[in-house]
Design a protein around this ligand. Sequence first.
Ligand SMILES: Cc1ncc(COP(=O)(O)O)c(C=O)c1O
Length: 364
Amino acid sequence: MQPKSNIVHLPVYKPGKPIEDVKRELGLSEVIKLASNENPFGFSNFAKSAIQEQLQQINYYPDGASVELTSALATHLLVKPEQLIFGTGSSDIILMIARAFLTLEDETIMAEETFSQYKHNAEVENAIVVEVPLVDGKHDLVAMQAAITERTKIIWICNPNNPTGTIVTNEELVAFLDKVPDHVMVVLDEAYGEYVEDPSFSNGIQLLDKYHNLVLLRTFSKIYGLASLRIGYGIGDPEIIAYINQVREPFNTTRLAQVAAKAALADDAFLSYCREQNRAGIDFINQELERLGLDYFPAHGNFVMFDAKRASSEVFQSLLQKGIVARAGWKNYPNWIRISVGTMPQNEKFIAALEQVLQEVTVQ
Ligand SMILES: Cc1ncc(COP(=O)(O)O)c(C=O)c1O
């Protein structure tokens, strides 16, 4: 039996190593997972109550069109309901965009080190992936614009960028969007947008009125802490959203996810708390990295990427032995590690482990 030739070489997505696996494999009693940029502060109690109430209904299919959640989110974001689409995480929106818009030999532009699923889904659709190197960990929007050809269909911008945590500013984004032809879609992935405090950061929603080719991606997996419920959304021009909706699986978001997301929207206090704790965590980690003489990218999401000055695979393994699951393995950053911001005790344990690792692993 022959699969599509373009998928044969594709890697299976490698998630951050689960805590239970690490405990079992290494015989450790305590393991801290700082590998998937999850929210270490849990999730809103409003969402918990909504889930508990909805449990009585799980024998019924969910509302495929997420009508109540759409209406609540449209009010929350001040957009029209027709501008919204929900997915099984924002990963599902990436998949649907690729499925609806990319075909054989279309070109699609993205940063060389960014969220892996843009490339993965483009390759599934047989599109040609054009990767543009980052500069100082940041999207090079000038080079990305220069890479546009008559075959370009979609440009992906991750803001803040995963794995580097850097942002493109509103000014840079507007200058870029002004030069992108109308028929080229720009997908702006704001998975970590709610964490950003830098005033130069754009809120993509403000750009939607002017740029009809712009689609935003957001998720309830990060600051809202609902990663395992799998719910994210896209925001864009109603015509584009309608096309994406045509390839959506009938019941792609669950009842529990829909009610939890709707309830979570009302809990501003939880978001503010997470933002504050995250900022304190970043400040602590940065200060400790400086003390240890290590460089890092300016972190705007809930993770920090730093130069361990040693082979990242060895640093990763050595951290793992000490019960810290980090992330490594970026082609252009062979010595860099990405660490999610944890609770303060977790951040302290990570720094203590890193300090030992730096003694054990040879400098490159
Ligand atoms: C930049 C970015 N976009 C999208 C996602 C997908 O998140 P989810 O599918 O959980 O919404 C992630 C997950 O790590 C991410 O880092």
